[in-house]
Design a protein around this ligand. Structure first.
Ligand SMILES: Nc1ncnc2c1ncn2[C@@H]1O[C@H](COP(=O)(O)OP(=O)(O)O)[C@@H](O)[C@H]1O
Ligand SMILES: [Mg+2]
Length: 510
């Protein structure tokens, strides 16, 4: 049951409302909270951060951390609660004396014996907060070597908090993969020799190839022997981190595995006594990363090859077109070149994104360029033809993009090829306009030219020529509609042809 029905206040809110802590103080507390899981785990205890209020009337609970290594002593959440001065003598004592305060006798809370210790959090010359360490004594057994090593380290860290030498400022690369106590724990002495390695830490080193016990060995030397120079950080980091002289983290590894190592030098009374070194085996994580990278690179490479292959096909067809004697044969091959080119354009656009959607305007504009180039080759009779797009295609499904590009290419090509082929209007500049509109999941595209118009008796349904057959088929596949008409028949003053396309912007969409 939560004592407060409203939203739990945050540390900055509590600090603002009840204390005179500055932003540097809050940054210090945030740094402490970033690492206090380690202290909770090493202590097998719950930690509560208490902020003394500005009037000296009591303390506000601003943070709480449960241990992952043992039973909790605090079943209820306490953040946001207040205790008055005088109610918790240990908090009062720690604040008054600036020293860790502890009592021999456990407090009983809900039938659980809890040992409490109050640690002053010092920043510079001031005590800015208190950390209460609450140990559920039901969870305490005769301590093993592991537990003794944990507790010893926890006590050194809490002394450092009280002296203002922990947390370390700006030490972390803020690894999301930061190792926890349970991942692997090593204690080294002032000379960097291992005094205790937890079973998990031993497993990590065995994975790297270590065959003998770590205890008594110089951790930096052992590691140097296991890890090839290429796969470890510079000499300085390795001795600094594994020797326990620098608060840093780093990644090391060899063919067998990859490990994140983090060291926290211990200076409980100011003098360097050794370090806490946490290890985490991230081999699986890293090999998954590598797999992803390789997959990514493979996909890119395939895209690249597909594009090259399309270009090769187009080049071969172009070569062949040049050698062919008959005009119709050459024209057919040139059309094929253009069709392949249109596919290449869309392929290129699609391969640059993993999205399900494509901004089609860029594709359409490239197609306009492609068609006008080919048109120029063929020496369109009307001297020059202006091609332009108005409106926007917006985003369309990537599965719609390729067929749509093919359709558009055919229609544009027809306008270039047939609309201005009369030869009687040499001086006139022809125009082909592509109007696009994307709304409510439907795309409407109109291609109009001001050329000679469709031949007498033209019947779309009856036409068996390749270009319009492709258009008909693809529009059908896209569940779209197609209409081709003389603009004059549409009641327009202008000459020329109008092609109207409409389709859903996504395949299978409505
Ligand atoms: N914009 C246009 N202006 C004039 N005629 C066109 C236009 N579009 C298509 N046509 C007519 O429709 C016919 C069929 O076109 P298509 O199926 O693409 O075959 P092709 O372009 O190979 O002749 C063309 O031959 C042409 O007579
Ligand atoms: Mg055609």
């Amino acid at each position: 049951m939560h004592p407060y029905p409203w939203v739990v206040p945050t540390l900055p809110e509590l600090a603002r409302d009840h204390t005179d802590l500055g932003s540097d103080d809050l940054a210090w507390l945030a740094l402490l909270q970033a690492d206090w899981q380690i202290i909770a785990d090493l202590s097998f205890a719950d930690l509560v951060l208490w902020l003394p209020d500005r009037d000296g009337t009591g303390y506000w609970a601003a943070g709480q951390m449960r241990p992952t290594t043992g039973p909790t002593a605090l079943v209820d959440d306490v953040v946001g609660t207040f205790v008055a001065t005088g109610r918790r003598s240990l908090l009062d004592a720690a604040l008054r004396d600036g020293r860790i305060a502890r009592e021999g006798d456990p407090e009983w809370r809900d039938d659980v014996p809890v040992r409490v210790e109050a640690i002053p959090v010092r920043r510079g010359s001031r005590i800015i907060a208190l950390v209460a360490r609450n140990t559920n004594l039901h969870g305490v057994r005769t301590p093993s070597r592991l537990e003794l090593a944990y507790l010893q380290t926890a006590s050194e860290l809490t002394q450092m908090i009280a002296h203002g030498s922990f947390p370390y400022r700006g030490q972390r690369s803020d690894h999301a993969d930061s190792p926890r106590v349970g991942d692997g724990f090593i204690r080294v002495d002032a000379a960097g020799r291992v005094t205790y390695a937890s079973p998990n830490a031993m497993s990590v080193y065995r994975k790297l190839g270590q065959t003998t016990d770590l205890t008594g060995q110089h951790l930096a030397e052992v590691t140097r022997a296991l890890v090839p120079a290429a796969l470890r950080p510079d000499e300085e980091s390795i001795s600094a981190v594994l020797g326990g002289r620098m608060p840093r983290d780093t990644e090391i590894g060899n063919r067998n595995g990859t490990v994140i190592v983090r060291s926290i030098p211990l200076r409980p009374t100011g003098e360097h006594v050794g370090a806490l070194i946490l290890l985490r085996d991230v081999t699986d994580l890293r090999s998954r990363d590598r797999e992803l990278v390789t997959k990514d690179a493979t996909i890119r490479e395939i895209h690249h090859r597909v594009k090259n292959n399309l270009q090769t096909v187009a080049a071969l067809l172009r070569l062949q077109a040049r050698r062919i004697g008959s005009t119709s044969g050459r024209e057919a091959l040139e059309e094929a070149v253009r069709r392949v080119g249109a596919i290449a354009v869309v392929h290129e656009t699609l391969s640059q994104t993993y999205e399900e959607e494509v901004e089609f305007d860029a594709v359409a504009d490239q197609l306009l360029g492609l068609v006008s180039e080919v048109g120029a080759h063929e020496g369109t009779q009307a001297g020059s033809v202006r091609l332009r797009r108005t409106g926007s295609f917006g985003t369309i499904g990537s599965d719609v993009a390729t067929p749509l590009a093919m359709v558009l290419t055919e229609v544009l090509q027809n306008a270039m090829e047939h609309a201005f082929a009369g030869g009687s209007t040499d001086s006139r500049v022809g125009t082909v306009e592509v109007r696009a509109r994307n709304a409510d999941g439907r795309l409407e595209v109109t291609v109009v030219d001001d050329g000679v118009g469709l031949p007498e008796g033209f019947d779309l349904a009856a036409s068996s020529s390749l270009g319009l057959s492709i258009v008909r088929t693809l529009v059908g596949e896209l569940s779209g509609t197609l209409r081709i008409a003389r603009r004059a028949d549409d009641g327009e003053q202008a000459s020329g042809t109008i092609v109207e396309l409409a389709m859903p912007t996504r395949a299978g969409g409505s």
